[in-house]
Design a binder for this molecule. Structure first.
Ligand SMILES: NC(=O)c1ccc[n+]([C@@H]2O[C@H](COP(=O)([O-])OP(=O)(O)OC[C@H]3O[C@@H](n4cnc5c(N)ncnc54)[C@H](OP(=O)(O)O)[C@@H]3O)[C@@H](O)[C@H]2O)c1
Length: 328
């Protein structure tokens, strides 16, 4: 089969090469063997091949984080050959194995491309907004980098929960994407006065919840409402932000973090709860996976990673592995 195999740390996606004749992996007890149909691409895939990610697999390794595909072999009762599934595993290969606990059945109406990028973004945004920030219908929710992977999921979830959504992004095109997926207001955070614009569209009230995957918490306190909640999701800007705590005191603000990946270890009982709520929203049609307009292939997958790194892409970037790429 074909797969991207990393034998040494790489400069970037341009150095990824597709190997042929990679042995097809066999599932161990508790694992599934899956034919990958599509993969979700993430910024951390680039960090991983560069040796800059917190997880540094031993060489040689197959990179990748998210996938959708078809079960070829199952060692557990919960899945059988032929099931359409999505989940998390080293996925830049035509056939992979994955622990069954990292795999879920695909929502019935979704394509493989739509399902490929669900596993991280949607539960992150749902758990952040619901479990941590306690977002309520009727509240103002400010979502930064709203056209990005987790941001666009947050826009849809906040709307589905009945909030008024104020989206920020760094370009006119990305603001349009956020609006298309439900944002009520869209503000370019490259404008110097963006916090004043948030105050204006909320009629002076400010944002009740701030969803921040970028590193804009301190600036956001200028337009946070009394009793507001600041939700720390990530630091796409590249620096870990520091916050003067008087900013919290002045307006009764709470700051909370969310580390979705750590729920497996710390609060596993919450995971099915979050997925149940998300599946209900998927089936009701209220959440539609938002995809970048360029769909990559197995061969052009590195270009998808480059688009993410260059900040050109929006929503979820995926690569589809179809019959034109190769046969197993
Ligand atoms: N806490 C968790 O459990 C969790 C889970 C998943 C992801 N995350 C984190 O959330 C963050 C966003 O992830 P994502 O998948 O949404 O990424 P993404 O799709 O690449 O989106 C990130 C967005 O951040 C904005 N941005 C602002 N400054 C940037 C900069 N200097 N460089 C690059 N982008 C910049 C860009 O939007 P504009 O061009 O519009 O500014 C970009 O669209 C990452 O830091 C990730 O590690 C956290």
């Amino acid at each position: 089969m074909k797969a991207y195999v990393v034998n040494q740390w790489l400069k970037g996606p341009e150095d990824l090469t597709l190997s042929t004749n990679v042995p097809v992996p066999e599932p161990k007890e508790g694992e599934l063997q899956i034919q990958v149909k599509a993969v979700g691409l993430n910024f951390f895939d680039t960090l991983m091949i560069q040796g800059r990610y917190q997880i540094k697999p031993p060489f040689p390794f197959i990179p990748g984080g998210e996938f959708a595909g078809i079960v070829l072999k199952s060692t557990v009762a919960d899945f059988k050959a032929g099931d359409r599934v999505f989940g998390s595993a080293a996925s830049f290969a035509e056939v992979i194995t994955a622990p069954y606990r990292n795999v879920l059945p695909m929502p019935s109406s979704f394509t493989f491309e739509q399902a490929a990028g669900l596993y991280i973004t949607y539960p992150t945004s749902y758990a952040g907004l619901v479990l941590r920030a306690n977002l309520k219908a009727g509240e103002y929710c400010l979502i930064h980098a709203a056209a990005g992977g987790v941001g666009i999921a947050a826009v849809q979830i906040a709307k589905a929960l009945g909030a008024t959504v104020i989206a920020t992004a760094g370009s006119k095109e990305k603001l349009e994407v956020a609006k298309k997926f439900g944002a009520d207001f869209a503000i370019n955070y490259r404008d110097e006065n963006w916090t004043a614009q948030v105050k204006k569209v909320t009629n002076g009230h400010g944002a009740d919840v701030v969803y921040d995957p970028v590193g804009l918490i301190e600036e956001s306190t200028k337009c946070t409402a009394w009793n507001g909640r600041l939700l720390v999701i990530g630091f796409a800007k590249g620096q870990i932000e520091k916050l003067p705590l008087n900013r919290l005191l002045l307006k009764n603000i709470s700051a909370v973090g969310l580390h979705w990946g750590a729920y497996t270890k710390n609060e596993p009982e919450r995971i099915p709860e979050v997925w149940k709520a998300l599946f209900d929203l998927f089936e009701s049609g209220k959440l539609n996976p938002a995809l970048y307009e360029n769909i990559y292939s197995l061969a052009t997958l590195p270009r998808g990673l480059e688009a993410i790194n260059a900040r050109e892409s929006y929503a979820k970037v995926v690569a589809r592995f179809d019959q034109h790429d190769s046969k197993i």
